[in-house]
Design a protein around this ligand. Structure first.
Ligand code: FMN
Length: 471
């Protein structure tokens, strides 16, 4: 697996030029490239999601070549043992696309009109392939793709709260993202898997899902040389190769082995207990276990909650980063007490943490900021959290201006309105539910003894629960 830093990311213009070279002097046809793209996508899906567990696949195809890649992928997926269905609302009448439709129809792959898709896509499909827009798309998505994209966004939100949600796989570009700047509004699809084609586009640097793969094992040396591309080598005879790892975090490394449940051993220090359960969550394959609910309340005592990404944990507490002009920041400045909540559904686990919040030092925020990729550094400068925004184009314009301003790789200063907070815990509750209704409940309270923080453990295990509500 190659690290992100060692791989080239190409701009929209470079991607267009690469295509022109491939289909010009290098003798490829669009049919061939589409076939290779679709095969790479189907292979990537096969590598990560087994057909026995993730059988039903919905491919949403857009009107252009990205849609064609999706149609080819669907044909291969059928032959790999999946059950694909297609939603292809704006069909191209070019012979290439008509041929792909005929091929799928001959395999009895169903084509579903948008109106026939159930509201809850996750109840009918385990995988949704986003083959709506590719790297040449610009502007705002039109009907019916705008509402289809919104449905994919809502699945993503559902994943944070619900155990059973379809996984989303985007082909080359998550639809709705800008090909270079990514999800500038912070409101678009967040796929579980991105399959970049030929070379990852700049927006892929902002991909934070667990599976980033590259397909397109055919790039001739003249293209590599001309565009100075650094691409990973493909293993064996594979049509795809993995790029990058789980979301960047300084939390425990991903474990290869899948754990069936959390460890029931009790640590004296709740931070150690948390680290152990967090490791178990990663080991169980839970996606993004570092997302947590942060609840705050200002001087009016009205609570507010939102999802936040945990960026660091050590013996002093839990750190996240945000905009210091946001609502949560205002509430924290008025009342330093807050709570965090982690929920790891497949393990039936919940961890509650309460404590006192402090702003981390400027040096600590600077250090964290300086280690972020440059395009990720520009986003918080553009972002005005908890304030009204005036359209995607305006934000993108501002993003481009900043990109231009810092194109010579001068140091990007951390925006003053952005930085870290740390919650210093004084209470933990570790809860694990069991089918048998015997629940583990472990509480830690802090006590000050001779100026030292000492943890007291209340172990309420095993306890026969009278009813779920009594917990
Ligand atoms: C999964 C997920 C992770 C998020 N992570 C962060 C984060 O790390 N920092 C942040 O400021 N906002 C994050 N957000 C956005 C927040 O939930 C929230 O919308 C934003 O911070 C504004 O909140 P406020 O107006 O209550 O301050 C995340 C949202 C989601 C859905």
């Amino acid at each position: 697996m190659e690290s992100r830093e060692e791989i080239s990311y190409v701009s929209q213009q470079e991607a267009i030029e690469i295509d022109h070279m491939l289909m010009g002097p290098l003798g490829f046809t669009v049919d061939q490239l589409m076939e290779l793209a679709g095969l790479s996508v189907a292979s990537a899906i096969g590598e990560v999601y087994s057909s026995s567990e993730y059988t039903r696949v919905l491919v949403i195809s857009g009107p252009g070549n990205n849609g064609g890649d999706g149609l080819v992928a669907a044909r291969h997926l059928h032959h790999f043992g999946y059950k694909p269905s297609i939603c292809y609302p704006k069909r191209s009448n070019k012979p290439l696309f008509a041929g792909l439709v005929t091929q799928l129809e001959s395999l009895s792959v169903p084509f579903l009109p948008v109106e026939d898709l159930s509201v809850q896509l996750s109840s009918n499909f385990e995988i949704i392939v986003d083959a709506i827009f590719g790297f040449s798309f610009h502007g705002n998505p039109r009907s019916p793709f705008d509402s289809l994209i919104r449905r994919l966004v809502s699945i993503r939100n559902q994943q944070h709260t619900h155990e059973k949600a379809a996984v989303i796989i985007s082909i080359d570009i998550p639809s709705g993202w800008h090909v270079e700047a990514g999800d500038v509004c912070g409101e678009s699809i967040e796929p579980d898997m991105l399959v970049s084609l030929t070379a990852p586009k700049l927006c892929a640097k902002m991909f934070r899902g667990p599976h980033h793969l590259l397909g397109g094992r055919f790039v001739p040396p003249s293209i590599i040389e001309k565009f100075k591309l650094k691409l990973p080598s493909y293993p064996g005879t594979s049509m795809c190769v993995r790029i990058g790892n789980l979301p960047e975090t300084n939390l425990p490394a991903q474990k290869g082995i899948f754990a069936a449940s959390v460890s029931l051993e009790v640590e004296e220090d709740p931070i150690d207990q948390f680290q152990k359960w967090f490791g178990d969550a990663l080991g169980a394959g839970i996606k993004e276990p570092h997302y947590m609910v942060l609840s705050t309340a200002g001087k009016d005592a009205k609570p507010s909650s939102r999802m936040i990404s945990l960026e660091g944990i050590n013996k002093y507490g839990f750190v996240w980063h945000t905009n210091y002009g946001s609502r949560k920041a205002r509430e924290i400045s008025e009342n330093h007490h807050a709570s965090l909540l982690f929920y790891w559904g497949p393990l039936k686990c919940q961890v509650r943490v309460e404590g006192f919040v402090e702003q981390v030092s400027d040096e600590e925020s600077d250090q964290y900021f300086s280690n972020l990729p440059r395009d990720t550094q520009i986003r918080p400068i553009v972002s005005k959290q908890s304030t009204r925004i005036h359209g995607r184009e305006g934000l993108y314009q501002q993003y481009k201006e900043l990109e231009e301003k810092y194109h010579d790789r001068t140091l990007i200063p951390r925006p003053k309105q952005w930085g870290g907070y740390r919650l210093i815990p004084d209470f933990f509750e570790f809860w694990q539910g069991e089918e048998s209704q015997v629940h583990l409940k472990l509480r830690y309270y802090v006590e000050e003894i001779d100026g030292r923080r000492v943890w007291r453990i209340h172990r309420l295990v095993p306890k026969l629960a009278e009813s779920a509500s009594s917990l």
